[in-house]
Design a protein around this ligand. Sequence first.
Ligand SMILES: C[S@@+](CC[C@H](N)C(=O)[O-])C[C@H]1O[C@@H](n2cnc3c(N)ncnc32)[C@H](O)[C@@H]1O
Length: 348
Amino acid sequence: MVAKKISTNTSSDRIMEIATGFQLSKILFTAVEFDIFNILDKKQLTAEETAKKCCLPIRSLKRLLNGAVALGLLRLRKGKYSNTMLSMKYLLKGNPEYIGDLMTAYNGMLYDKWGSLEDVIRKDKYQPVFGPTGDIIDNISTKPETARRAMMAQHNYSVKPAQEIIKSFDFSKHSMLLDLGGGTGVFSIMAAKKNRGLKAIVFDFPPTCKIAQDMILMHGLSDRVKTHPGNILKDRFPEGADIILISGVLDGYNERNCIKIIRKAFDYLPPGGTVIIKESIINDDRTGPIFPVLFSLALLLETEGGNARSRGEMTQWLKDAGFKKIKHDPLTEISGKFRNLGILTAVK
Ligand SMILES: C[S@@+](CC[C@H](N)C(=O)[O-])C[C@H]1O[C@@H](n2cnc3c(N)ncnc32)[C@H](O)[C@@H]1O
């Protein structure tokens, strides 16, 4: 889609829009960082009043507030700033659609790293995001604080796709869901809430399982949703599931490991068992849509072998493993079109 725009739009405006993109995102991230949207919750404040509440110098803060107005994130009327519908919906803590933690992660974990894109491409080597060594998965697997930061952002990212999968996919025919790399357990929790006969196991690294346990407890589902700490590549899958979900996991790994996970899922499932893969799906030629293309570059920066995955390659991996009835469904109704999320389902 972007490629088309570039080829037909010869205005320098297009170049300028692309060039200034990094500044637009930094206005959003900085406003989230200073908690501006929550400070303005149900209030209309002048720049002076806002500066006082944030303990920030008025001269600079005013420029930021005006930047947020220009982006449609704040409104300015009669010298007072307030939230817009957009910021109210997505940037106020506690709202079901809150994605502020995701913005904090983009700012803290990715913004500076994108500055080293030239170096990463020159050396063909990722940059450790969280410390001196290891890719993002190594760090999540061993550091509880890193896992918590990354997982709260991931939770923001996953709420809508989880709602959409639960709405469109019938889990009632299944007795137990194995949620591989299940993160905060958002998919398992929602599936178990909707289907009272369903049990679920969130299989993830120990620090992440701890976060999932808290979430499961909060939802009162500890009797039916369990965690299984371990490594999905190296350890045996816990017994008993007839459906496996692999959401946002394959993008973190190279092709060899993706194939290994899918084969392991096939060998594990009983005949008739189902696998669901959820990803932000890149076109087969890998030049669009824009979000998975950005994601493929982000994964180049932060992982050793990760990449955005295409429908074609995932279908082939499923076929090669022996899966049948492979089907693709877009997840755009609730999750929106921008991320180009989709699921592939297949049966053993
Ligand atoms: C991008 S997150 C997706 C989380 C969740 N499935 C979702 O969609 O919200 C990837 C998850 O896979 C987990 N993961 C990646 N590799 C793993 C491995 N080898 N063993 C266990 N968990 C793994 C990470 O810890 C993380 O929770």
